[in-house]
Design a protein around this ligand. Structure first.
Ligand code: MEV
Length: 428
């Protein structure tokens, strides 16, 4: 399977579906599930007070090679330019090997809060002694997960507050669980709820909250890539200058949290689009990513770029709790199809793809910002949307959009005038 589908963007939706289905080894009919892929009853079973099903564009980014294997990257997003940017950046790094990832085991931490503990030091020691027993109990509560090679791995305790205080002595007990191919929220929450009484008994405390932590800092993905000067440059801006400008943009984000947040927003453009397409809990990943970015006490960029000889090397590290079983995937055929399109058979591959999309979007954004500015590309796409809104037929959209961009006046009224002029020219 090759993710190189040059000219995909020039095709109609129907032609694209044919080409993508062939590339992914699917039937064109299978792609019908991309139009929502969620029936009324499925939707009503997912959340409350359902009135309908909300639509967003579903696209694939091309050119991605991740860990030596090509992937079509499914993306659902409302923002123009992101899919094109991801595909362009993937092309820039492709010949130098594409993206390489290291995906950590799928360890999610559950928290059991204990309050009103008279002596937190005695309780902490008792919990340390009882940890093997508590762990064995947790593993007995999750036999199927353990049989699949995952399951609870560790029980540890931390003192959070000493008496006196409104909650007395407070300890949090962490239960680390390898969730394998599941995102893990339901699994870990259930385990915490079922283990809590035993934990409280050991610590002579009162059970408080029992819930996973979305700071899944054990479940990280590291993705790297190399963009050679030859791929970074173009006729207007030579590669070495682009390389230096992107490295400077990266340092700017490292120096300033105001910039780091926007830099990371560009990373999450790619990550979230993949997560939404594949039915993941993107709020969980967002919460974890930003907390991870601030783990040193200062908010830092998740991705950095360094000059390396005649190219740039980029590295992105972020926690990515994703799953390919359970959650929205039960009900959402479109999300299941997205996984098939991407050739995803494990949660770790999905995490690798989402992270690669994040690094690609970051590279594309920094390249645009460090050269033309971001508005040029946005304007070209915006002009196409405006041409369409003005009623331009498919065969005239590019012409109208080019004229709008050239005039620097990208409004529907201006597009209508251009359309009239073109029709007047064409009429005998
Ligand atoms: C826009 O969605 C994302 C950017 O602002 C990211 C960045 O500034 O790096 C272009």
């Amino acid at each position: 399977m090759s993710s190189r589908l040059p000219g995909l963007y020039t095709l109609t939706v129907a032609e694209r579906r044919r080409q993508v289905a062939a590339a992914a080894g699917l039937e064109v009919a299978d792609l019908a599930d991309l139009d929502g892929g969620l029936g009324d009853d499925d939707a009503a079973g997912m959340i409350e007070n359902v009135l309908g099903r909300h639509a967003l564009p579903f696209a694939v980014a091309t050119n991605f090679t991740i860990d030596g294997v090509d992937a079509l990257v499914p993306m659902v997003i409302e923002e123009p330019s992101v899919v094109a940017a991801a595909s362009n950046a993937a092309r820039m790094v492709r010949d130098a090997g594409g993206f390489t990832t290291e995906v950590a085991p799928a360890i999610v931490t559950g928290q059991i809060q204990l309050t009103q503990i008279a002596d937190v030091d005695v309780a902490a020691a008792a919990l340390a002694d009882a940890a093997p027993m508590l762990l064995a109990r947790a593993r007995a509560l999750s036999p199927r997960l353990c049989a699949r090679g995952g399951g609870p791995l560790a029980v540890t305790a931390r003192v959070l507050a000493r008496p006196p205080g409104p909650d007395g002595g407070v300890i949090v007990v962490h239960l680390d669980v390898d969730c394998r191919d599941a995102m893990g929220a339901n699994l870990v929450n259930t385990l915490c709820e079922r283990l809590a009484e035993a934990v409280a008994h050991v610590a002579s405390g009162r059970v408080g909250l029992r819930i996973l932590s979305n700071l899944s800092d054990r479940r990280t993905v590291r993705v790297t890539c190399r963009a050679p000067d030859a791929a970074l440059g173009d006729s207007r801006c030579p590669g070495p200058a682009v390389r230096a400008a992107i490295a400077a943009a990266s340092r700017f984000a490292e120096l300033d949290p105001y910039r780091a947040v926007t830099h990371n927003k560009g990373v999450m453009n790619g990550v979230d689009a993949v997560l939404v397409a594949t039915g993941q809990d993107w709020r969980a990943v967002e919460a974890g990513a930003h907390a991870f970015a601030a783990r040193s006490g200062a908010y830092r960029p998740l991705a950095v770029w360094r000059e390396d000889g005649d190219g740039l090397v980029g590295e992105l590290v972020l926690p990515l709790a994703v799953g390919i079983v359970g959650g929205a995937l039960h009900a959402h055929r479109g999300a299941r199809l997205a996984l098939r399109l991407a050739g995803v058979a494990t949660a770790s591959r999905l995490a690798a793809i989402a992270a690669a999309a994040g690094l690609a979007c970051n590279l594309a954004a920094l390249r645009a910002l460090a050269t033309d500015g971001i508005q040029r590309g946005h304007m070209a796409l915006h002009a196409r949307a405006v041409a369409r809104a003005a009623g331009a037929p498919a065969d005239l959209i590019d012409e109208v959009a080019d004229a709008l961009a050239a005039a620097g006046d990208v409004r529907v009224e201006a597009a209508r005038v251009i359309l009239q002029e073109l029709s007047a020219k064409d009429s005998p």
